[in-house]
Design a protein around this ligand. Structure first.
Ligand code: DOR
Ligand code: ZN
Length: 343
């Protein structure tokens, strides 16, 4: 039996770091394992301009623990007023690596997102020209659409028309949760990839709703039925370069998770690598963990693979149930299964 597993140091291609005290509390957990991360811009107010992204990057760098080696890869939050020239300038300076599309109202702090997709056509056209990826939160917000169908309907109503209008646009479908999304990625031969979270490889909707409601398993897009989870596991462990890790680790205090109208998000930064090793071993695919966590992402984003490595050891890890922050405790995602790998 393999006792250690050494892979190129992984990156997280979708991460929420927040700001201020919360940023300082959660960042060390990511920097411990990951060399780089695509940083989500859904702060309040959102990170819309290049100048705002530069200021946020500096706050992240200032919050890093002494000696940590971590590079935040910044993104801009797409609004209907986003200026294509500002986007192109931030990209040319090497400051930003993607632009994030939130349909208005789809999730946490998405109120400034896009309602009328025709109003972002010029920005998307410019991004296609300069090769800057668009990261999508792939859910429609139409209240008539069942929440479990919102990803599939987004593909049909929003994403496919955008990709037909801008065939050169490079798109990352973020945190996919359905077999429909897996199939859509597999059917494309270029300019399309998807991130998959750790938690969506582990939970299905029963974890949230059966035997009592479990707010800590509530995230967006919401976990779907088991057949979809299995499709995600096949995609993630396949080695296919179009699928890579984006944890969507999204810290909220317990006070904000446990409200009558609680926040969406699972905080997985501390135990993601242990959980992934478990999942990949269950799928007899430990040899493909490196592709998913360390190689496929940089290949899509046109960045080098990290030079240094991360070694996982077959030892029962010991994670706290929560971390303490000045804003209050934040519960660490419970994978509801024994773990055998320590990172
Ligand atoms: O579960 C989620 N939490 N999904 C998102 O899209 C946003 C995120 C957050 O910012 O809390
Ligand atoms: Zn997210």
């Amino acid at each position: 039996m393999t006792q250690t597993l050494t892979i190129r140091r992984p990156d997280d291609w979708h991460l929420h770091l927040r700001d201020g005290d919360m940023l300082r509390a959660v960042l060390p957990h990511t920097a411990q394992h990951f060399a780089r991360a695509i940083i989500m811009p859904n702060l309040v107010p959102p990170v819309v301009t290049g100048a705002e992204a530069a200021a946020y990057r500096d706050r992240i760098l200032a919050a890093l623990p002494e000696g940590a080696d971590f590079t935040p890869l910044m993104t801009l939050y797409l609004t209907e007023d986003t200026d294509p020239d500002d986007v192109a300038k931030a990209h040319a300076e090497g400051l930003i690596h993607a632009v994030k599309l939130y349909p208005a109202g789809a999730t946490t702090n998405s109120a400034s997102g896009v309602s009328d997709f025709s109003r972002v056509a010029a920005v998307l056209g410019r991004m296609a020209e300069i090769g800057l990826p668009l990261c999508t939160h792939g859910e429609v917000t139409d209240p008539a659409i069942d929440i479990f169908d919102r990803e599939a309907v987004f593909i049909e109503r929003v994403l496919d028309p955008i990709r037909k209008a801008h065939p050169e646009l490079r798109v990352v479908m973020e945190h996919i949760t359905t077999a429909d999304a897996v199939d859509y990625v597999m059917a494309s031969d270029r300019n399309l990839a998807a991130t998959i979270t750790t938690h969506h490889l582990v939970i299905n909707r029963n974890h949230i709703l059966a035997g009592g409601i479990k707010p800590h398993y509530y995230c967006l897009p919401v976990a779907k039925r088991e057949t979809h989870r299995l499709a995600l596991r096949r995609a993630a462990t396949s080695g296919d370069a179009r699928f890579f890790l984006g944890t969507d680790s999204a810290p909220h205090t317990d006070a904000n998770k446990l409200l009558p109208c609680g926040c969406a998000g699972c905080f997985t930064a501390p135990n993601t690598m242990s959980i992934l090793a478990e999942v990949f071993e269950q799928e007899a695919a430990l040899d493909r963990l490196e592709a998913f966590a360390s190689r496929n992402g940089p290949a899509f984003y046109g960045l080098p693979v990290n030079e240094d490595t991360l070694t996982l050891v077959r030892e029962t890890p010991d994670f706290p149930g929560h971390i303490n922050t000045p804003d209050g405790p934040v519960t660490v995602f419970d994978p509801a299964m024994p773990l055998h790998w320590t990172a």
